[in-house]
Write a protein that binds this ligand. Structure first.
Ligand SMILES: C[S@@+](CC[C@H](N)C(=O)[O-])C[C@H]1O[C@@H](n2cnc3c(N)ncnc32)[C@H](O)[C@@H]1O
Length: 266
């Protein structure tokens, strides 16, 4: 396994991904094809099958892991420059936050008009979103979590520089039991994250939503396809049916690129 991981991490943009996470993906890929298991067990590193394992694992990692290491030097540079508009510059380098740049000036006010002004926020699979803190225009404690430690270290540096009461820590959302150990917060963000981590069904989404300790959970989804065309179904019927079944009330904010479900947890 060690050798396989080393090979997978030869790609620059994947070199910071946790080994534990890679092992999970390798196992997932192997489970799908007996031929691949055989090539792996027999260590046939030059075989077509072995190369296929590497290719498939890399594909999955690229799809799920948003904060590529290519951004690393850029984001460090921006942070060290300490420009006045450094937060906006950082928001520009991550795809999800870049797409949100036009709505940041008002989206939190809309959300907080439903949840009330939170004293604490937990941002799961946060990407670069914690850097939008100045747009919240209130003081609060910010708990940010990403998959990878390196990303968390960067966010901690940002919090320190901006004198924000924040903490960043690594959590793999595919292990939702870990969420039970976290402190309870006023509002939890799950921005554009459920579509990323779920490929089949919505069991994981339900586990996360029911295990997070928060008064409100704000779940968002992209409403544009990769090419920029609007999606046919912006509303997520599966989520609405799940929330009805769980007895959680929700409100919707529908913006041009993104739909937000503001869920009240009983
Ligand atoms: C589409 S981005 C959204 C980022 C951010 N929430 C936002 O909307 O600005 C998805 C994020 O989920 C993170 N992610 C992917 N798989 C994850 C996992 N298993 N556990 C935690 N985070 C994960 C990625 O690193 C990436 O930052």
């Amino acid at each position: 396994m060690k050798e396989l991981i080393k090979k997978i991490k030869e790609k620059k943009e994947l070199k910071n991904v946790n080994n534990k996470y890679i092992i999970d993906i390798v196992n997932l890929v192997l489970k799908q094809n007996r031929k691949l298991i055989k090539a792996f067990e027999e260590k046939r590193i030059r075989s077509k099958e072995y190369k296929e394992i590497i290719k498939k694992v890399r594909e999955k990692l690229r799809l799920e892991y948003g904060m590529f290491s290519e951004d690393l030097s850029k984001r460090e540079k921006i942070l060290s420059c300490k420009h006045k508009n450094l937060s906006d510059e950082l928001l520009e380098i991550h795809k999800s936050t870049k797409e949100r740049i036009n709505i940041y000036p008002f989206i939190y006010q809309k959300i907080f008009s439903i949840t009330g002004k939170p004293k604490s926020i937990l941002d799961l699979g946060c990407g670069m979103n914690p850097v939008s803190y100045p747009y919240m225009k209130i003081k609060l404690k910010y708990y940010a979590s990403e998959l990878n430690k390196k990303d968390c270290e960067f966010l901690e540096k940002y919090f320190k520089l901006m004198k924000i009461k924040g903490k960043a820590f690594a959590i793999d959302l595919k292990r939702p039991n870990l969420l039970k150990k976290l402190k309870s917060v006023d509002v939890c963000f799950l921005f554009k994250v459920l579509d990323t981590i779920e490929k089949k069904g919505h069991k994981l989404a339900e586990e996360i939503i029911t295990k997070v300790k928060a008064k409100y959970i704000v779940v968002s989804f992209a409403t544009q396809k990769l090419g920029g065309k609007p999606m046919k179904h912006a509303y997520r019927g599966w989520l609405e049916r799940m929330l009805d079944r769980l007895g959680y009330k929700f409100k919707i904010i529908n913006e041009k690129n993104e739909i937000f479900y503001i869920i009240k947890i009983n």
